[in-house]
Design a protein. Sequence first.
Length: 448
Amino acid sequence: MKTKANDFNLISKRFLEEYSKNQQPIRVNFKEMVDHIKFQDRATHSIHIYPAKLLPNIPYFFLNNDFFVKDNEFVLDPFSGSGTVLLESNLAGKNSYGCDSNPLARLISKVKTSTYNISILKNIINTLKMEIQNTTVDSNDKFPDVVNIDYWFLPNIKLQLHAILKAIKTISDDNYRDFFILCFSNCVKKVSLADSRISVPVKAKLNRETNNLHPFFDESKSKLKRLEDLDVFLKFTEIVYDNIKRFENKVKINSKSQSTKIISDDARKIGIPDESVDLIISSPPYAGAQKYIRACSLNLGWTELSSKDNLRILDKKNIGRENYSKADYLTLKVTDIVEADLLLTEIYKINPLRAHIAANYLLEMKQAIIEASRVLKKGKYFILIAANNQVCGREFKTQEYLRMIAEDAGLKTVCRLVDDIKSYGLMTKRNKTASVITCEWVLILKKE
Ligand SMILES: C[S@@+](CC[C@H](N)C(=O)[O-])C[C@H]1O[C@@H](n2cnc3c(N)ncnc32)[C@H](O)[C@@H]1O
């Protein structure tokens, strides 16, 4: 039986009542609760790939639900990534604020929630075609500062990408230029030698005898063949038209343009007044589970959002990062979460770096949660979506530690929902010390 959006209010009240009686987590299935929408095709959700996107069914449930938020109120996602919460907020008639330390994430969110005149977009793509025909590029050009550009891109692809980029840069309107830069970014990884199944760039392996046995060998070989004579502009145009259709679809769902602003590049410094938002929904990063900057390094380089050298600076802002020098972990930091400190002291003896990554993660998340609590209005809700993971083979109860931090920051747990979603988009297999996340916890916290 389909659940209607206006039933969500009643369901939520029941969840909160049940939890207040026994304080026990409630098993749910968001895909079943919100099963009347095909999110893959909804509005602009799929305009660009991004690691560890949030299941849109979750924000949909809370946003189309006046128990949590009313029309025209303000929703914040301090770790907004590709803007899933921001877009769903707009579609539900709410204004939204986002923050993210990754410039590509900020661009995706900005474009995803913008409105465009479709005829102008179509005119621009025609103009770009002519512009490219008049653009000359050769191998002596100054190419964007992309990490190992010649390793990841065949020479013919590199030249074609550069011609497209040069043409896009001639678009004078910032907003429209951003749309085309984003389509270009989406094209970059598809025409690179990076394996598209893996979030961080890993070269599709070829040429070595043994790799004939590799399960993806045939696929990689045919990709290389395709790339050798690929018309990149044609590929780019396909992406542009697919995205134009998404914007046409978005207008049909909600033609009113609620505002979205990307207000900060750091969840620890949101920069808006105290008690100014009505609802927070967020799925924060995990300790060592996703390398957001590395995963996007080719896109960041080609779109000129970051030079090679700047990638390290961006990574330093990233909560949950893994790159530290030995001097950083000569001693173990104390998080003041008793259970976590006991576990991390044990882990520190075996692997001091892993213990430091997890400890520093909790300390930085504490700053972010205190900041989120500061900007939330009294009596309003913070929906925090998190999971547990493993550090050096031990269970690290991330969601539980974040909940304890939130309680210390003045947020009361009024309900805990557990959804048995199998890991989507989290490619952790390569990291032996972090394991695949299988259960998602949705913590409903209230500012008292
Ligand atoms: C799990 S992802 C969020 C995904 C998002 N909900 C979506 O659907 O695309 C976590 C995000 O936190 C961001 N992040 C990491 N450290 C941050 C910081 N200090 N401030 C803001 N964002 C940060 C990462 O760049 C990443 O985009």
